[in-house]
Design a protein around this ligand. Structure first.
Ligand SMILES: Cc1ncc(C[n+]2csc(CCOP(=O)(O)OP(=O)(O)O)c2C)c(N)n1
Ligand SMILES: [Mg+2]
Length: 326
């Protein structure tokens, strides 16, 4: 797998941007500048960048999870639009009337299919997107992201079965962070890795360390190629650790400090930084410049949302809401 220095630097920048937006939004919630709901995706950047790097935004579709905004940005979602939505501003998604959360986010013009808050419900939606692509004889691929908890729902099994039976071009990305809120995978399934479930549907299932962006990229590339060539779906499981509570309102009292610290050692950015600087692909100076650029990009979006945007008009509250009275 040849991957140029330039491509690796781009991957690093995407991961930094993803980290920065998650940290910033988390901080804005803590400061009370933003309200609603937020599930931080700090630590999952290696899975997102590795999986999305080879997607072709004009051809492919993604169905995002509640954990992280990077796949959406990598498909071309406008950062200002995203930030305005998180501030519930009129210039954001749905005119600012949509609950915050990356699983709610979408932009069909960018091939990002928005979802619902029902965990697991989006896995069959991705299967349906794959069916649509196949019917249209497109070379596109549908990729969806979901957690280990979602993989315990019937939706997961039904979607994998149908995608396998019809050889649909879908990449199912299972982001296994070992917890569904406070319930560990070990407790709910007795297993550590869930990619073995692919066997039941006679499709490839692979587990990869999510903090190693190049390993994720290698496996995602294989899965995407397989889907494009009409060979059907893949279940790609990326292991990672949550660095925070489940959501902004979760105190994370069920994990020990030791467990949390161990998790934070698996940092996709730090690992990649060490690798690239060690190989002379990236200098420390370049890394610092990238960090600064990412921070400035996010800050500009925050300023746009806070200063240039407006609140939704209360008179618009029912716009787009269906009425049973005709
Ligand atoms: C059907 C359903 N059950 C429960 C919930 C509440 N809930 C929201 S997120 C979540 C945990 C999901 O865990 P996982 O799929 O592992 O993703 P993670 O949050 O760990 O990234 C739960 C139980 C929900 N939204 N929908
Ligand atoms: Mg989980």
């Amino acid at each position: 797998m040849a991957i140029s220095a330039e491509q690796q630097k781009k991957m690093m920048y995407w991961m930094l941007l993803g980290r920065k937006i998650e940290e910033t939004i988390t901080m804005l919630f803590k400061e009370g500048r933003m309200r609603g709901h937020h599930h931080p995706g700090i630590g999952v950047e290696g899975i997102h960048v590795g999986c999305c790097y080879d997607l072709i935004p004009e051809e492919d579709y993604i169905v995002p999870s509640h954990r992280g905004k990077l796949p959406e940005l990598m498909m071309g979602l406008d950062l200002n639009f995203l930030m305005a939505g998180y501030y519930n501003r009129k210039e954001g998604l749905g005119g600012g009337r949509v609950p915050t959360g990356s699983h709610m986010y979408g932009d069909l013009s960018r091939h990002i299919i928005p979802g619902t808050g029902i965990i697991g419900s989006l896995i069959p939606v991705a299967m349906g997107a794959g069916l649509g692509l196949k019917v249209k004889k497109s070379k596109g691929v549908a990729m969806t992201f979901f957690g280990d908890g979602a993989a315990n729902r019937g939706d997961f099994h039904e979607a994998l079965n149908m995608a396998a039976a019809l050889k649909l071009p879908v990449v199912f990305v299972l982001q296994n962070n070992r917890y569904s809120i406070s319930v560990s995978v070990k407790k709910s399934t007795g297993m550590d890795h869930l990619s073995v479930r692919a066997k039941a549907y006679n499709i490839p299932g692979v587990t990869v360390e999510g903090s190693d962006v190049l390993s994720v990229y290698r496996e995602a590339k294989r899965a995407i190629k397989r889907a494009r060539e009409g060979e059907g779906p893949t279940l790609l499981e990326g292991m990672w650790h949550r660095w925070t509570g489940h959501s902004i309102s979760d105190g994370d009292i069920y994990r020990t400090d030791k467990e949390r610290r161990e998790g934070e050692k698996q940092c996709p950015i730090l690992n990649f930084r060490k690798k690239l600087t060690g190989e002379g692909v990236l200098t420390e100076r370049e890394f610092k410049d990238m960090e600064k650029r990412a921070a400035e990009e996010i800050e500009a979006a925050v300023q746009y949302a806070e200063k240039d945007c407006t609140d939704p008009d209360p008179a618009d509250i029912l716009r787009g809401v269906y009425s049973s009275e005709g």
